[in-house]
Design a protein around this ligand. Structure first.
Ligand code: FAD
Ligand code: NAI
Length: 461
């Protein structure tokens, strides 16, 4: 117990590692405890990165199969799943090692082990006690399960198992039409599975702009992803031939059995704080287990919390921004997160991206707004690329013209949403985007045209 740290971070995911690196940059004495063998948390190890690696590879596979011929390219295409999985692992390995390098560069001490908070200034790591002025909890989240359904990561898998299936299942049943269901469902559908998604609600991607939900469902159905909406899973029977999933209408009744080979359970994630010792030190959680914070501080003055274990969107960049803000606050700076401008991207094909409020939210809040919309079918670059599905929709305040939200579906919109996020951060008006010169021909011109359409002067449709 000789050293006293300024900050001990528990958890080495995007919330924790970014907090630790920023603290190191600001000259604080910092350690980051991580129980996993590698740094990077859910995101780098079993989340954002491996899923995007498989999404990219499977998209290339499908493009080569379906779209090359129309562009005048003749190719024989064959799936080599072990190599695809190995390439994913290599990316993960490189990036997780990259965090270890950044820790060294920024004087962050990486401690391997399981952290338990003893009191407001002490953390135990497998029997060794660290003394610190501040503790940052960044322990992330874990998969939510359905009662009576046991995940074995072989036949009944969470996202983690679905990232490493060694064979393409003939049939894959996905429970939950949220982000994981649509992304990983897309991966395996592209690789050859018949994918059926069972969703409790009457729409996909809850919380997204209604028009985007509808268009997204239409496009995914066109790709032969099947949806069983307004339906819930009531049980799973393993048989010698596979799996029978028992479902019924969400409102009850209308039972239907669906046969499948693999089930992916992705009905959300819950905060992970098991074994952390929260109760013993008086850190309060809400009834769903999220750590309660005010300006990132928990109910104990020296203990902070960031990322998936706290309320808000479970996104890597939200965790990252919170981690950075806490390090800055501890260093006496003005740490801040603008929760009105946190983009979200679903990496299906086409991508779906959103920032700010949806029209449904604005209506419910009684905020008057104008809408500008532009289809990719009228964008020259999208047409040249044969990728014309989707649109950009911009919502601006009816009186001030300030941009309040943007919702997009189309190839590459995951990159384009950054433009609107930046504009919103500067409290730009739709006219600011409409009058910004955009390079031609680019898909981002659709963003400008949608902004022009707010005042009904879009010129390319
Ligand atoms: P985590 O990344 O979960 O990290 C927490 C870490 O703390 C873990 O490594 C854990 O081992 C460690 N830990 C826990 N308890 C202790 C303890 N007591 N002692 C020591 N260590 C401990 N988000 C996006 O923004 N974009 C995406 O494309 C995206 N894709 C995703 C795909 C999948 C399949 C999944 C599952 C998630 C995805 N997410 C994505 C969500 C993203 O991964 C999380 O929002 C993000 O990882 C949260 O970061 P965090 O630091 O709060 O927690
Ligand atoms: P989710 O919250 O996105 O979606 C879960 C879906 O399951 C919802 O549509 C919900 O209505 C449905 N559902 C819940 N219970 C059900 C039941 N019993 N039967 C049928 N349907 C049911 O959760 P998901 O997809 O598991 O993802 C977890 C988190 O990971 C998300 O919060 C997301 O933010 C994050 N993530 C982000 C990604 C990204 O940013 N691209 C990619 C993957 C995950």
């Amino acid at each position: 117990m000789s050293e006293i740290y300024d900050v001990v971070v528990v958890g080495g995911g995007p919330g924790g590692y970014n907090c630790a690196i920023r603290a190191g940059q600001l000259g604080l004495k910092v350690a980051c405890i991580e129980t996993r063998k590698t740094l990077g948390g859910t995101c780098l190890n079993v989340g954002c990165i491996p899923s995007k690696s498989l999404l990219h590879a499977s998209e290339m596979y499908e493009t080569a199969q379906n779209d090359f011929a129309g562009m005048g390219i003749k190719a024989t295409v064959e799936l080599d799943l072990p190599t695809m999985l190995a390439a994913k692992e290599k990316t993960v390995e490189g990036l997780t090692q990259g965090i270890a390098f950044l820790f060294k560069k920024n004087n962050v001490e990486h401690i391997f082990g399981f952290g338990k908070i003893i009191d407001g200034t002490t953390v135990d790591v497998d029997g060794k006690q660290l003394k610190t002025k501040n503790i940052v909890i960044a322990t992330g989240s874990e998969v939510a399960t359905l009662p009576g359904i046991e995940i074995d990561e072989k036949q009944i898998v969470s996202s983690t198992g679905a990232l490493s299936l060694t064979e393409v299942p003939k049939k894959l049943l996905v429970i939950g039409a949220g982000v994981i269901g649509l992304e990983l469902g897309s991966v395996w559908r592209r690789l050859g599975s018949e994918v059926t998604v069972v969703e409790y609600l009457d729409h996909i991607l809850p919380g997204m702009e209604g028009e985007v939900q509808k268009q997204g469902a239409r496009l995914l159905k066109r790709q032969k992803m099947k949806f069983e909406l307004k339906r819930k899973v009531t049980g799973i029977n393993k048989t010698k031939d596979g799996i029978v999933v028992k479902t019924e209408a969400s409102a009850g009744g209308k039972p239907k059995d669906i046969e499948t080979d693999v089930v992916l359970v992705c009905i959300g994630r819950r905060p992970f704080t098991t074994g952390l010792g929260l109760e013993g030190v008086g850190v309060t959680t809400d009834k769903r287990g999220f750590i309660q914070t005010s300006h990132f501080k928990t109910s104990v003055d020296s203990i902070w919390a960031v990322g998936d274990c706290t309320p808000g969107p479970m996104l890597a960049h939200k965790a990252e921004d919170e981690g950075v803000a806490v390090a800055e606050l501890i260093a006496g700076k003005a740490g801040h997160v603008n929760y009105d401008v946190i983009p979200g991207v679903v990496y299906t094909k086409p991508e779906i991206a959103s920032v700010g409020k949806t029209s449904e939210q604005l209506k419910a809040e009684g905020i008057p707004f104008k809408v500008g919309k532009f289809p990719f079918a009228a964008n020259s670059r999208a047409r040249a690329n044969h990728e014309t599905d989707g649109f950009v929709k911009i919502l601006a305040h009816a009186e001030t013209d300030e941009i309040l939200g943007a919702h997009m579906i189309g190839v590459g919109v995951g990159e384009m949403i950054g433009e609107v996020a930046l504009a919103m951060e500067f409290r730009a008006s739709s006219e600011d985007i409409a009058r910004t010169c955009h390079a031609h021909p680019t898909c981002s011109e659709a963003v400008r045209q949608a902004a022009m359409d707010v005042e009904k002067w879009a010129m390319q449709m």
